[in-house]
Design a protein around this ligand. Structure first.
Ligand SMILES: NC(=O)c1ccc[n+]([C@@H]2O[C@H](COP(=O)([O-])OP(=O)(O)OC[C@H]3O[C@@H](n4cnc5c(N)ncnc54)[C@H](OP(=O)(O)O)[C@@H]3O)[C@@H](O)[C@H]2O)c1
Length: 504
């Protein structure tokens, strides 16, 4: 049995490459649309009997669009359509601020990039839902854009274009949602996926490529050939569990939401982090506690996006892994974005090394250092300046300080390990160690009781103040910030240390 594709905006750019590469396999039937048959010379020149060109403007009325399909689809697709790729789109003079955007710009882009795909979906639905094809699941691929992200807003002006793609992203999610309640199994199991085709050197991207230094943002333009071959590989490999996921053309996933994992979140700084992050309902927050029974403060928050996990970082690795399976598979289908390794202890550490026992050292090393690092895009270790080896802070911190020094090394090694990862999003992940400053929590209570505030070298902050400044810093971390040691106030005291090491 053949697989039948329907691709919009296929006379040039990414759409043309998709039609060309997919129709190169004579088992496929490909419908390729163009706004004007007269301008579709590249498609016609392919001269392939399995490639059918249709004049179809997504800005025209729904009835006109439906009419354009009847003859070619009844003739060449008696079993209906399997895979729809909605690629047609426009971007005109979008590099401007919202103040400079006109109503006409907004209307035009909304009509083609958001309302257009809805009408394509509506006009094709009878053909797409027609019959089960044992060769493939039913799929709809929306060629969207990272410019339409709201949570992970791209930091350059895309104005009416970005707004229309944000609307498209919502539409794709709604279509995926609509199908979950379908009575037809092949519709219920259909796969709806929006994707970003990459920064592609096409007519559309010309203006943006001339205006912005994308390289400074770590973005390299790719060719339409590369984009299309990535999209085809991705589309072929899609499974039902991938539905409602935003993909990049190279198969990597973007999250709709940002998922945080915070250890030691039942009190102190960890609790404050969980509280503040889960206040934004776009975030998914996993908050761990050693004892569910004692996690009343977390439970009292009573938030549906906050998942509490019983998790003792001193327990064996296998136990830790087991504790994650059920909650993470259920509530984090796209994985974890930011891990905040916050759990830590400091028991009776204001003493000399001579006074320190082996048991104290082992206990602190187990909790503060060995805790299991999993891969994520951002990994924040809650460390402390008492652990600086080269810039040793002259204070009594004993087994606590040494366990945090070991933790700093682990953080740097994780950053180093990721530099050679085969996965781009892990290679580009951000690993940072934080010195929280002196924060008034249970952990510092004994230490603070031994000193007068005015004798301390730095001010004492509340958990809330500390978390406010950490969140500001974490949100601003960029790829180039990988592997820093950061103070609660944003200062990076180890800058000179790194120079020192490299000049050895
Ligand atoms: N290039 C990038 O870097 C980039 C990045 C992110 C997302 N995208 C998205 O990728 C898709 C393809 O972009 P591209 O770079 O290949 O653009 P392109 O080279 O400008 O091609 C756009 C295609 O869409 C068609 N189209 C425009 N308005 C239409 C309408 N009213 N009805 C039917 N077809 C229409 C065009 O047909 P005509 O030839 O008749 O105009 C053309 O075939 C777009 O959805 C775009 O938003 C591109």
């Amino acid at each position: 049995m053949t697989v039948t594709y329907f691709i919009t905006g296929a006379n040039r750019g990414v759409g043309f490459q998709l039609a060309k590469q997919i129709s190169a396999d004579s088992n496929n039937v490909v419908f390729a649309t163009t706004r004007s048959l007269a301008n579709a010379t590249a498609l016609k020149d392919l001269n392939r009997s399995n490639l059918h060109i249709i004049e179809y403007d997504v800005a025209s009325p729904l009835e006109t669009m439906k009419k354009a399909l009847v003859d070619p689809l009844e003739r060449y697709a008696p079993n209906g359509v399997d895979i729809i790729i909605l690629n047609a789109g426009i971007s005109k003079k979008a590099q401007r601020s919202i103040l400079q955007t006109t109503e006409a710009d907004l209307q035009e882009h909304y009509a083609v990039n958001a309302i257009g795909p809805v009408k394509v979906y509506q006009s094709l639905f009878p053909y797409w839902s027609k019959k089960v094809n044992p060769e493939t699941a039913k799929k709809i691929i929306f060629v969207s854009s990272g410019a339409g992200f709201i949570n992970n807003f791209y930091p350059f002006p895309t104005s009416h274009y970005g707004a229309s793609k944000a609307a498209l992203n919502h539409i794709t999610r709604h279509i995926a949602f609509d199908h979950t309640s379908s009575e037809l199994d092949h519709m219920k199991n259909s796969i709806i996926v929006p994707l970003n085709p990459g920064l592609v050197a096409t007519d559309m991207a010309k203006e943006a490529l001339e205006t912005f230094d994308f390289e400074a943002l770590g973005l390299q333009p790719i060719t339409p050939e590369e984009s299309a071959s990535g999209i085809i590989k991705l589309v072929n490999g899609l499974e039902q569990k991938d539905s409602d996921t935003f993909f990049n053309y190279d198969g990597t996933k973007f999250s709709w939401t940002v998922t945080y994992f915070i250890t030691g979140a039942n009190r102190g700084i960890g609790f404050e982090l969980a509280k503040q992050l889960s206040a934004d309902s776009n975030n998914i927050v996993f908050a761990t506690t050693r004892s569910l029974a004692n996690a009343t403060a977390l439970k009292d928050l009573n938030r549906s996006n906050l998942h509490i996990i019983e998790y003792d970082v001193a327990s064996p690795l296998e136990t830790l892994k087991k504790a994650l399976v059920e909650p993470l598979e259920k509530h984090a289908p796209n994985g974890v974005d930011v891990i905040n390794q916050n759990a830590g202890i400091a028991k009776d550490s204001a003493k000399t090394i001579l006074q320190t026992t082996e048991e104290e050292m082992k206990e602190h090393y187990t909790v503060n250092t060995i805790a299991n690092p999993e891969s994520a895009k951002k990994y924040i270790f809650m460390s402390s300046s008492v652990d600086l080896v080269h810039n040793y802070l002259p204070s009594l911190t004993s087994h606590y300080g040494s366990s945090k020094a070991a933790l700093n090394f682990v953080a740097r090694h994780v950053a180093f390990d990721h530099t050679s990862s085969d996965l781009d999003h892990i290679k580009n992940s951000i690993i940072a160690s934080f010195n929280l400053g002196l924060v008034e929590t249970d952990l510092t209570a004994i230490f603070l009781s031994k000193f007068k505030r005015e004798d301390l070298p730095i001010p004492v902050s509340s958990a809330q103040e500390s978390v406010n400044s950490i969140l500001d810093i974490v949100q601003g971390l960029k790829e180039r910030d990988n592997d820093p040691f950061i103070n609660y106030d944003g200062v990076r005291p180890l800058g000179s240390l790194f120079v020192y090491i490299s000049s050895l």
